[in-house]
Structures are given as structure tokens and as C-alpha cells.
Design a protein around this ligand. Structure first.
Ligand SMILES: N[C@@H](CCC[C@H](N)C(=O)O)C(=O)O
Length: 296
């Protein structure tokens, strides 16, 4: 550990799931205090490493926010969007974190639990004989449809569509369009009405149905902007599609995103699993503002 009066050098990794990118900061003893400015700077490709989100990996027992889950999971995913806001769940992020925990020997391959702000999620990481660049699966639970039923999404180009509110541990508004290009510039946050539907913001999916079990998707992520993929968004879009078509049988879906393909399996009870690539591409050290304590 290298410290100065101004900054501290700490290990980090960078990875992605279908080009939805994350910085992983191992903080087993819960010593980091990441403020908004630090997160924004790290996530910015010009001033930091660049990523859609930050995954601080902290032991549940060392994190007051997660201590109540310490009997069911060793690690807590402290997920932050690129704008510094905390997120409750991240389908690609948790898969990248699981890959990191296994690659670094902190967890053994197979199934294990990770705590999130949305509760415990179980992940499955195949062992190395399946290759380090293989897939990771996460059990996402059963989506909820909290309403209201009159949500409208309007993109910056002025086009509007009715939307379905789906909660998969974080909030989503899913619209179905004829062609993905209809959404225009999704780097600009679409407007969502009624204004009170999402008091804490929302991630918006623009989806096209390519077949009964095949969707294509673009996403404007809350706290980030348009991203190349979104795991919770893929599950939300499948849930909305099933809701509209009245499908209730178990089924497997393919979801194509700009950054790659994710697979969503739905069980007879509606519980979803999300599977896709999760890779660690970079490891190194990064300088963080010194905040009293450092990290191992
Ligand atoms: N990229 C994520 C979703 C991250 C959280 C989202 N930005 C939010 O604020 O809820 C995913 O893969 O699910």
C-alpha cells in the first residue's frame, strides 16, 4: 500500500458484461469512503479509468448497510452509477463482480450469494475448465409491476410511447417500438410522465420484438446515460413482453443489445435467471483521495 498525504494507491480491476463496463474496487474491510466527486472522476474516461459504474466489493460484516445479510452472503456489492448515485441492483455488475471474486480466489467457482441493496442474489460462475471468458449467471427473482398503467416515455426527438413499469430490484420503464432507431438520441434522458411515477429516477428500455422469444434493446440507464447493455433492463423487457402477450409458461429468451447478447430464462413461477459474458480486462492500481483509512 502506497500512501501520500493527498492520495492513496489501491488495487482495482476493470471488466464488463456485454460492454456494460465497471470498475471493481476491492475493499474487504470497508475502509473506503467514496464520495460523488471521486466516483464521477473515476468513471470519467478523461479523468479516471472510465466506466458505466463502480462496484465496491466489501464484506457484509464490514459494511453497516449490509451487516444484516452477513449470515447469508460474504460479499456486498456497493454499486454506484457513473454520476455517483447508489444503485440497488445491477444485473451485469453483479455478474462481473462474481467473476472478479472467483478470479481473485475470494470465492470458489460454482454457486454463491452476493448481497445487494435489493437483497441477496445467487450467482453461478463456471469453473476454469469452462474458460475464464465464459458466462456468469445470476438469479434475478420475480419481476414486479408496480404501475401506474398510464406511463408515457417521450424521447428527445419528440416521439412518445406508452411504457410498462417493471421492478427487478431497480426501476424500469419499458417501451416497445417498431425499430430501435425510432428512439433517436438516447444519450439525452427521455421524459417520463406522470412525473411522480419514479420519484428516484428510472432506467428506460426501448425494445423491439424480433420473435416470441427474441428481443432487441437499447437502454438509457438512470445515473449513466445510454449504455451498451443492461442486465436488469434485459429482464425488465422480457417481463414486459410476457406481461403484454399473456405468456406465463417457462421459457428462454434471447436479448440482443448494442454490446452483445444476454439470455433470460423464466421459470414457471416467473423467477428469472440472467446469463451472459462477464470478463475482467484490466487490473492495476489507481489513486484515490486519501480518506483517513486505506484498503488492503
Ligand atoms: N447496468 C445495470 C443497471 C445499473 C443500475 C441502474 N443504472 C440504476 O440506477 O438502477 C444492469 O446491468 O442491470
Amino acid at each position: 500500500m502506497n500512501t501520500s498525504t493527498q492520495t492513496v494507491s489501491v488495487p482495482f480491476a476493470k471488466g464488463h458484461g456485454c460492454a456494460n463496463s465497471f470498475i471493481v474496487l476491492p475493499d474487504p474491510h470497508g475502509r473506503f469512503r467514496l464520495n460523488e466527486a471521486t466516483i464521477c472522476s473515476l468513471a470519467d474516461p478523461h479523468t479516471g479509468v472510465g466506466a458505466d459504474g463502480i462496484l465496491r466489493a466489501v464484506r457484509c460484516a464490514a459494511e453497516p448497510e449490509a451487516a444484516a445479510m452477513a449470515d447469508r452472503a460474504e460479499w456486498f456489492m456497493d454499486y454506484r452509477n457513473a454520476d455517483g448515485t447508489p444503485g440497488s441492483m445491477c444485473g451485469n455488475g453483479i455478474r462481473v463482480l462474481a467473476r472478479y471474486l472467483v478470479d481473485t480466489g475470494r470465492c470458489t467457482p460454482g454457486s454463491f450469494a452476493i448481497a445487494t441493496r435489493a437483497g441477496i442474489r445467487h450467482v453461478y460462475v463456471p469453473d476454469r475448465s469452462h474458460g475464464l471468458r465464459g458466462t456468469v449467471t445470476v438469479a434475478m427473482g420475480i419481476p414486479a409491476f408496480p404501475g401506474p398503467d398510464d406511463i408515457t416515455v417521450t424521447t428527445s426527438g419528440g416521439k412518445s410511447w406508452p411504457a410498462t413499469h417493471v421492478d427487478v430490484g431497480n426501476p424500469h420503464a419499458v417501451v416497445f417500438v417498431d425499430a430501435l432507431a425510432d428512439a433517436g438520441d438516447l444519450s439525452i434522458p427521455p421524459a417520463v410522465e406522470p412525473a411522480g411515477a419514479y420519484p428516484f429516477g428510472v432506467t428506460i428500455e426501448v425494445a423491439v420484438v424480433l420473435g416470441t422469444d427474441h428481443l432487441a434493446l437499447r437502454v438509457h440507464e438512470r445515473g449513466v446515460g445510454e449504455t451498451r447493455a443492461c442486465g436488469t433492463g434485459a429482464c425488465a423487457a422480457v417481463a414486459a413482453h410476457r406481461h403484454h402477450t399473456g405468456q406465463s409458461d417457462a421459457a428462454d429468451y434471447r436479448v440482443d443489445l448494442p454490446g452483445g447478447t444476454l439470455h433470460v430464462s423464466v421459470a414457471a413461477d416467473g423467477a428469472m435467471t440472467l446469463t451472459g459474458p462477464a470478463v475482467i480486462t484490466t487490473v492495476g492500481t489507481i489513486r484515490l483521495p486519501h480518506a483517513g483509512e486505506t484498503c488492503d
